[in-house]
Design a protein around this ligand. Structure first.
Ligand SMILES: NC(=O)c1ccc[n+]([C@@H]2O[C@H](COP(=O)([O-])OP(=O)(O)OC[C@H]3O[C@@H](n4cnc5c(N)ncnc54)[C@H](OP(=O)(O)O)[C@@H]3O)[C@@H](O)[C@H]2O)c1
Length: 348
């Protein structure tokens, strides 16, 4: 399992600047960042210089060593589905894309107790933005210590995807039949790894050209969504985790066995709303669970997920590690569906 040590550092807010345990704040210093001024394709992205952010109360400044991409980055680039515009209706309020980082703490704000400059960490950024830059600032509670046996690239692959996978597989038992829809992407690939560890029997649905990746990642069976609709299966699964929900809730429950659970993680806004509104009533009527699974951004959750995965599991999720300069190309690959599992950007 991935190791995770934890120690506590108490910060003295009145310390002299020269040996301030909060680290030297990078006031007025510029950093290189990927900048997104509007929604669109990867053509709207450009590199530029921004001020290094300052950590406020309870926040940590991280020198980013690697940033992992997720489906949410593809959505936040395009501004669709609609919830991707919660961070700015007409244009993104935060100019820097990217939600997941691994790196080294360089400064901490007042009230930070768990981290100090020099600590190696990984975690998510609030609003899923700010990772694709040399420095990123995030609340302490969204960070976990980087497991010593993971590289920065491996640690950056984990935060959002492993947290989703951990929550979505909670309570699965050996032999349970699990269907993962949209299994070839970021969250799905981690789900396959965790479900395999838990001993579930896994069916993975995605585009046909990802079948080999799905089977290699831990699926027992791969469904080509272009050839077969898993929702036609009756009474087959103990749990369905849907990462790209497109079916109304009244349709999906029929594929569940008695007492089964349908957990919707992502998808189009209409289906998310319908599942949130109608799911509880369908659940009561059928004796099944039909609901949206909200996964909080949390360093504690990430630590739990890390404890369940071996470094080899994490490495298997990574499709490619690309240099930071290729971030626009990486987001273009993601938008075009030309990735299997995780894309990670490496910052020197
Ligand atoms: N519930 C929460 O709290 C929470 C938290 C964070 C993120 N999310 C959401 O979770 C969702 C999934 O994230 P992710 O990072 O795993 O996304 P991802 O990396 O984009 O993976 C999605 C996968 O589904 C495939 N796919 C596309 N259309 C499909 C269809 N009709 N049927 C089956 N598979 C299809 C994609 O293939 P192509 O790449 O070829 O299109 C891709 O392999 C996102 O919508 C994200 O916003 C939810």
């Amino acid at each position: 399992m991935v190791g995770s040590g934890s120690s506590t550092v108490t910060v003295t807010s009145g310390a002299a600047a020269a040996n301030d345990p909060r680290g030297a704040l990078q006031k007025g210093i510029a950093m290189r960042a990927l900048i997104q001024d509007r929604y669109g394709s990867s053509d709207v992205l450009r590199f530029g210089d921004l001020d290094v952010p300052e950590p406020g109360d309870g926040q940590v400044l991280v020198r980013v060593r690697a940033a992992g991409l997720n489906g949410s980055d593809r959505e936040n680039l395009a501004g669709t589905p609609f919830y991707a515009r919660l961070g700015g209706l007409a244009r993104p309020r935060h100019p820097v894309p990217g939600s997941d980082v691994a790196g080294v703490v360089t400064a901490v704000g007042d009230g930070v107790t768990r981290f100090a400059p020099g600590d190696e960490v990984h975690g998510e950024l609030p609003g899923y933005r700010g990772a694709l830059a040399e420095y990123a600032v995030t609340p302490e509670r969204l960070l976990a210590r980087k497991p010593a046996d993971l590289t920065f690239a491996q640690a950056a692959a984990m935060p959002q995807a492993a947290s989703i996978a951990h929550r979505a597989t909670a309570g699965l038992r050996i032999g349970d039949r699990l269907l993962v829809n949209g299994a070839g992407g970021s969250g799905g690939t981690f789900l396959l790894a965790l479900a395999r560890r838990l001993g579930a029997s896994v069916t993975a649905a995605d585009r046909g050209d990802k079948a080999e990746h799905l089977l290699r990642s831990g699926a027992d069976e791969a469904i080509d969504i272009g050839a077969r609709d898993w929702a036609d299966d009756r009474d087959r699964y103990d749990r369905i985790v849907d990462l790209v929900g497109q079916r109304p809730p009244r349709r999906v429950h029929r594929s569940l066995r008695p007492g089964g659970q349908y957990l919707l993680v992502g998808g189009c806004t209409r289906v998310l709303l319908a599942t949130a509104l109608l799911g509880p009533a369908i659940g009561r009527a059928t004796g099944k669970v039909v609901r949206v699974l909200a996964v909080p951004q949390s360093g504690a959750l990430l630590e739990e997920a890390a404890a369940m995965l071996a470094p080899a599991d994490v490495e298997r999720t990574i499709d490619r590690v690309l240099p930071f300069e290729e971030a626009p190309a990486a987001l273009a690959l993601l938008a075009a569906g030309e990735t299997r599992g995780k894309l990670v950007l490496d910052l020197p």
